[in-house]
Design a protein around this ligand. Sequence first.
Ligand SMILES: [Zn+2]
Ligand SMILES: [Zn+2]
Length: 345
Amino acid sequence: MMKCPVCGEDCVQYAHELLDTLDTVFSPCPACTPRILDKQKPLPADAVIVEACTCEKRFIDDVFVEVYSIMVQEGLLAASSPLRDAGIPLVHPGFAMTQPPYLPRNSLLLLSHHVDKKTADRLMREVPELRGVVKCGDFTPGAADVDLTAPPRVYELLAGCDVRADIFYTQHSPVILYKQQSLTHIEFPRGYDPKIVSVGVHLRHTMPKVFVDASSGVGTLGILGAISGVRHVILNDAWYAAAYWSAYNVEVNREHLLVEPVRFLKEYGELQEHPVVKEPLKVAEAEGAQKIEVYQGDFRRLGQVIPKEKSLLAVIDLFRKSDPEVNRRILQEWQERVGGEAFIP
Ligand SMILES: [Zn+2]
Ligand SMILES: [Zn+2]
């Protein structure tokens, strides 16, 4: 069992342990009943708080009603506020679902603009489905600036633990991606992810000896490369939380890879001391029939640490890729400084 680096508890599971639960984790028992509410409207005056079913699950809207009611009682929301103002519910694990979930204990992370510490503590005491409460803002957490000039901003974990996983389906096995949500942008797995498809196509075409996920986030595309069988995979991100969770997720998904356990060269706490770095710093590595390395650093400087290899494919997954001029510049910089083939998915 892997310990969670945020809360120190067992809130992280290996890939198969988590995948084994998916068929049933959010499904109702015959006695469970849904109550679908309009999130654009305030809570109806006659609405009551519904307790969990005897199976200990509760429909997500019913959980949300309790959260909302507590926030109204604490004066954080007006009784006229629409329900959705209580916050963004993120389930753990997150995956493409065909119907809204019935939540077991400890399966929901709440991100809210309006919550404070006192209320977050109360929510954790009174709402068993919650695993953590985060105060969020109108920005994307982490180092979203490609030139690493702006200081990164993060949300604040107020209570509980904000580590959760999303599951992405690939041509090969599903990939489990843990993250500390207050430090990471929100993703909603939909079962079909164009980036995953695009990377799969590039990998099949080029069959590279080395695959670099240059801006890895929590590791999605690099791990996809490793699962696809590339011999040497390098993941890199300038943001410490991304680099760390990339390494962590290699370990979580290791059962589908040909490597020995991941060796962490840095602890989470150590990395926190320098949230963004430019010079490549090796965070973790795993060796076996495959080799996987994880760096924290500016991808433009990766040429210092990766082999001069003609058969190299790099994916550069930028946050802001709406600007074709920025894309051209990034790809050109990569060619000049690192080399090999590179693409933006
Ligand atoms: Zn935890
Ligand atoms: Zn039930």
